[in-house]
Structures are given as structure tokens and as C-alpha cells.
Design a protein around this ligand. Sequence first.
Ligand code: TYD
Ligand code: MG
Length: 402
Amino acid sequence: MRQDQFSRLNLGLVEIDRVLGGGLVPGSLILIAGEPGIGKSTLLLQASAMVAGKNKPVVYVSGEESVNQIKLRADRLNISGKELFLLSETNLPVILGHLEQISPALVVIDSIQAVYLENVSGAPGSIAQIRENTLGLMQWVKQNSVPAFIAGHVTKDGSIAGPGALEHIVDVVLYLEGEPFSSYRVLRSVKNRFGSTNEVGIFEMSSNGLIEVKNPSRILISKYDGSAIGSIVVPTLEGSRPLLVEIQALTTPTSFGPPRRIANGIDFNRLLLISAVLTKRAGIKLSNQDIIVNVTGGMKVNEPAVDLGIASAIASSFHDSKPLPGLVVMGEVGLNGELRAVPQLERRVAEAIRLGFKYCLMPRLSSPLSLGDADIQLIEVSSLAEALRLGLSRKSERRTER
Ligand code: TYD
Ligand code: MG
């Protein structure tokens, strides 16, 4: 099928439209995957309402909730409208029959694990059922040039319950992620036949549903007041979007047994590696220290560019020394304590400038950055030890080394 850009259906939710690459392509099948309770149904109901609000019929099929339950949720989200058709149904042929009758502009199937075909073996949610139902839907959306969302529950280890087979049938795969204790949700594209997979949307779960976060950096560092022991602000990239997040570390002497390491929002093995390099290359003895690292706001940061930020936060807590006021930190840390450049440096620095930061601690540049007359001082360093010396202020009554 030939796709042209102009036939895309805009949802009117900027963050989703961006992740989709500029709206929904007719006849595309889009999987929204995420852990149970993360907000898939909420997001899909809100998206449905946006389209229905433009006088385009939308069919929202729930196989998990009764029409009354969906209505209650819709009321909570302040959603109403005559173009929104709510359906509680799990039998695919029956669902397709309704679609033929209503001929909607958008279809939502919530969730793919709940629908079934009688002539396919296995219970709903089994691999064969998920596969055949997805193929059945695919056929309908292609024939009718109507876009459809399907929600898919993901198990804790991140696989879509049942088949990864689903991911290569559908056109677009989006993941809705977040920590259960945090209200922030990240919508990430991992596959997109019609756009880049570099985009992310950021939302906050509120009592009125998911709200788009237009200026995430400001919110994620809102509790940060310039300089605190064990706390470092790092400019990360979420897709192509710069985002400032705060990394906090706490080191305390181990009281019993082997030292503990807890990593929230960063990769556990990365924490082990950075701790080892801190010990070996910066003389910070961590073998008898418990270490906890947190990314505030429940965000996950997984790029190596945050290494130096993690290391600085740990060192700051260990030495009880504050980072320079208004400091952001970036850089990948190598096993020898050497620092490596980070991609898309300008974007990160620009975000730090925009939010009023004064110093940027970073690996030595190979060519100068053009920052105009921006009010930020770049502190270029070549090793971890040098970074800690320049980025952290030492208190005069330093704690004695253990
Ligand atoms: P839900 O969309 O049902 O998750 P999923 O479909 O991915 O399983 O979201 C469920 C959670 O969201 C539930 O814990 C309640 C919360 N929630 C809000 O905080 N605000 C709201 O407006 C709504 C509708 C749900
Ligand atoms: Mg749901």
C-alpha cells in the first residue's frame, strides 16, 4: 500500500503524535506494550476520545472490562461523546462484525491477550491465539485502511506475554514504561515502519489520566536546589530529546555481610563497573560500603553518557562533599578511569543552559563547541580522578578515609 504523509490521522496528543512520527498512518497496526497497570488503557481511551472529539467514529473494544467499567473510567477522564463506541467483547469475528457496521476511523483492541478465535487451539493469551488474532486484525485494518491500536501486556522481564512473534507482525511497537512508585511514564517507539524509532513521549499519570509533560527537565529536577551532597544532574538523551535528570547516591559503611549495591533507574552491572573503577582509579575504597543509586522521578537512564554522573554522585556521598553549585556532568567512564566523549553534546549542553546551569563537567573536546554567548563554563577533564577533583568541592574537615 502506498503511504503518503498527508493522510496521517493526528491524535492531537502531541507526545503520542511525535512518537508515531506525526500521527497515525491509515491501515497501520500499532502495538502498545507495557506492564499491567502502567496506563495503557488510560492512554488508549484518551487517544480514542481525541479522535472521537473530531467527529470521527472510534471503536474501543475491551476484552478485560465491562462497558460500565470503561464508562466509569471515561467519566473519570472527563470523556464523553457520541462518536466513541465502547464495546466489551472478546470474540474476534464478533468484533470484526461490529467494525463492519460502524466503519470507524480508529479501532482500539484492549488487550490482544483477551481476544480469541474459536477455531484456533489454546486459551486466549496463548501464543497461537495472539498470533492468529493479530493476523486477523491486520487483515481487516489493511483492507479497510483504518488504523488500529492493540494493547499488549508485558511480563516483568520485558517480553510481551506469549509471543515476541507479535512484534514483527505489527507495523509499530510502542512501549509504555515507568516505575510503579513514580507518576512519570515514557512512551517509547521500538519499531516503526512509518517513522523514526528515536522519539519518546513523556507523560505524568494524574487523577485525570495521563498528562503530557512539555518540559520534562524542569519537572525532573524541580526538587534540586543547586547543589546537594550525593546528588548530580546529568543531561541524558531520550531518543533525540535532551532531558535533565538527577542521580542520587548514598554510601554507608556496610554493617554486616558483603557490601550491598542497589540500582534504581540505572543498570546494576554499570553500577558495579563504576564502583570498581572508582576504587581502582580514583582511590575511593568502596569494598566496605553499601551503595544505593537512584534516578529521581522514577526515570530509567541506560546510556553510558551518565557514567560520570553516577561516579560523581557516589564520590560526593562518600566524601561528604558538595558538587559545584549549578553543575551538570556527562561522560562515559572507561575501565582505566579514562573519559570518553558523549554523542550529541551540543543538545545536552543547550538543555543545561536553558535550565540555568552554570558548569558542565565533561570529557575533553576534540573540537570547540559553538555556544554563542551562553552563560555556562565547560570544565573539560580527561580522567575520572581529575573530574572528581574539579567537580566536587572538598570540605575542610574531610571525613577520614576508611
Ligand atoms: P490502566 O490504564 O488500567 O493500566 P493498563 O491498561 O496498562 O493495565 O491504568 C491503571 C492505573 O492507572 C491504576 O492503578 C489507576 C491509575 N489511574 C490514574 O492514576 N488516573 C486515572 O485517571 C486513571 C484512569 C487511572
Ligand atoms: Mg488495561
